[in-house]
Structure formats: structure tokens, C-alpha cells
Design a protein around this ligand. Structure first.
Ligand SMILES: NC(=O)c1ccc[n+]([C@@H]2O[C@H](COP(=O)([O-])OP(=O)(O)OC[C@H]3O[C@@H](n4cnc5c(N)ncnc54)[C@H](OP(=O)(O)O)[C@@H]3O)[C@@H](O)[C@H]2O)c1
Length: 245
């Protein structure tokens, strides 16, 4: 947990503040909020990977959540395509406000010059037990990157959540993309969803969607949500849901 206790002074949203506090007592895995910006047809980017979806106010909303959580998690696909920093920089903030960055990367494909490896915040790379003591791990450790190994061919997300919780990461903002989102929804590891829907249609079968992967086979098995809040922001809408457990 940031500074060993939740920094409640920075959390503007009282409801979120209370939930994060309560999570310490009630969960043995981090409380996970899945957030995306998507087009009305559910795409996270165009077929040419143009992901300019959110307006200024939505970016501020997301950075406010980043500032409130202990960890922020993405898949290696997003790092390779977007090279994000995953820090708090669209709102007033200090370096200590940056959450711990977690990259899920089974085969250590992460380039050593990725921005997520800079020293703006602590970074954890979750990889697999297949990754022995190789040169890449040595290079990453030289940069003070923390390596967690779990799973054989793919990162075991259930075990990863337990390990992160034990490290003091009590709440996580999951920022995708669609493949990692599927992994997390499939294993019922997401507790809350917040989505900014832009009034745009991207189309394209190959364009990434909010949740990709294999998909649930029947409606009975799918993730079900309870609408918590909806409001207009920029030229779109924000939808917030709790995941039914
Ligand atoms: N609009 C938005 O809000 C938003 C947010 C984020 C991303 N995006 C977009 O999403 C796209 C990237 O999405 P993506 O689906 O290609 O990549 P991704 O979800 O970021 O990363 C997926 C990768 O994570 C790794 N992984 C390891 N263990 C896994 C597990 N148990 N379950 C699932 N994945 C696991 C896999 O690679 P290995 O097998 O190599 O480990 C997998 O290919 C980009 O176009 C980006 O711009 C948009």
C-alpha cells in the first residue's frame, strides 16, 4: 500500500475512499477496478491503433483514480503498442502519488527502454516460472524492477492477485487491454467497472475491444454487472458498475 496506508487525503470521491478502506478488512485479493475508454461499438483503439478516445475531463477522471489506488495493471500488449508511462500526470500530483505499475508479461517481451520502466514509480513485472535466471531478468533487476513469477506458460492471474495483496497492494486499477481484461473477467477477479463511452464508431474486426480473449460460452456464465452511476463527461458518458459476485 502506498506509504503503508491509504492516502485518503488525495481521494476526492468519498465513496471510493470508504470502499478502499473497507477492502483492507474484507478481501484477500486486491479490489480491482477495470477502466477503459471505448468507442460506442466497444473498441479500445482503431484498426491502426489510434486510441485517442478520452477528452481532457475523462483523462483527469482516470488520473484521479490512478492517484487513489495502490497499483495500476496492464498487459504487455498495451506496453508494446502504446508505451504508456502509467503515472499520475494529468492532475496535480507528486511522485509519491504514482501507484505501483504492474505489467503482465509471460515471456518478458518488454523492451528495456519502455517508459513504464522509468524511475517515476516502482514497477513489478509479473512473468512465468518458465523464465529462469536469464540476462533480461538481470537487466530488469539492475533497474530495480521487481519480478514476480507465477504460472507456467501464462501468468497465473489468480495467484498473482494473492501475491500482490501480500505485498500490500490492496486495490488495483486495471487499464487493459482487451486480452488481459478477458483474463481478469474470466477468473472473476474484477470488482468494479468504469467505462468512458465516446460518441464514435470505430468498426473493424481486428480492432481491440474492451474484453477480447475466448469469451464466455453462454449468457449464464458471463460477468454480470449492477449499474452504480452514469453521467455525461466531455462529449461522451461515463458508466460505473459493480460486478455481481
Ligand atoms: N482505450 C483504452 O482504454 C485502452 C486501454 C488499454 C489498452 N488499450 C489498447 O488495447 C490494445 C492492447 O490490447 P491487447 O489485448 O493487445 O494487449 P493486453 O491486454 O494489454 O496484453 C495482453 C497480453 O498479456 C499477456 N498475458 C499474460 N498472462 C495473461 C493472462 N493470464 N491472461 C491474459 N493475458 C495475459 C499476454 O502476452 P504474453 O503471453 O506474452 O504474456 C497477452 O497477449 C492496444 O491497442 C491499446 O491501445 C486501450
Amino acid at each position: 500500500m502506498k506509504n503503508n496506508e491509504i492516502n485518503t487525503t488525495n481521494i476526492e470521491n468519498k465513496e471510493l475512499k470508504n470502499k478502499l478502506k473497507n477492502n483492507i478488512e474484507h478481501y484477500v485479493k486486491p479490489y480491482v477496478i477495470s477502466n477503459v475508454g471505448m468507442s460506442l461499438d466497444g473498441k479500445l483503439a482503431t484498426i491502426e491503433n489510434d486510441s485517442r478516445i478520452s477528452g481532457d475531463e475523462d483523462l483527469k477522471r482516470v488520473h484521479q483514480i490512478r492517484k487513489s489506488v495502490d497499483g495500476i495493471m496492464v498487459g504487455i500488449g498495451t506496453v508494446l503498442k502504446d508505451d504508456p508511462r502509467l503515472t499520475v500526470h494529468k492532475i496535480n500530483s507528486k511522485k509519491e502519488d504514482n501507484p505501483i505499475r504492474i505489467v503482465v508479461d509471460s515471456n518478458l517481451r518488454i523492451p528495456l527502454n519502455s517508459r513504464v520502466l522509468n524511475d517515476d514509480a516502482t514497477t513489478i513485472i509479473a512473468t512465468t516460472e518458465n523464465m529462469g535466471a536469464n540476462n533480461k531478468i538481470k537487466e530488469l533487476e539492475k533497474k530495480n524492477i521487481i519480478i514476480i513469477k507465477t504460472g507456467i506458460n501464462k501468468v497465473d492471474l489468480v495467484k498473482l492477485m494473492e501475491l500482490l495483496y501480500k505485498k500490500g497492494i490492496k486495490n488495483i486499477l486495471l487499464e487493459g487491454g482487451g486480452t488481459l481484461n478477458w483474463g481478469m473477467f474470466e477468473k472473476n477477479l474484477v470488482d468494479e467497472v468504469s467505462v468512458y463511452v465516446a460518441p464514435k464508431i470505430f468498426g473493424g474486426m481486428g480492432a481491440p475491444t474492451f474484453v477480447d480473449g475466448d469469451g464466455f460460452k453462454t449468457v449464464d456464465k458471463c460477468t454480470k454487472l449492477d449499474l452504480k452511476n452514469v453521467y455525461k463527461l466531455d462529449d461522451g458518458v461515463v458508466l460505473e458498475y459493480f460486478v455481481k459476485k
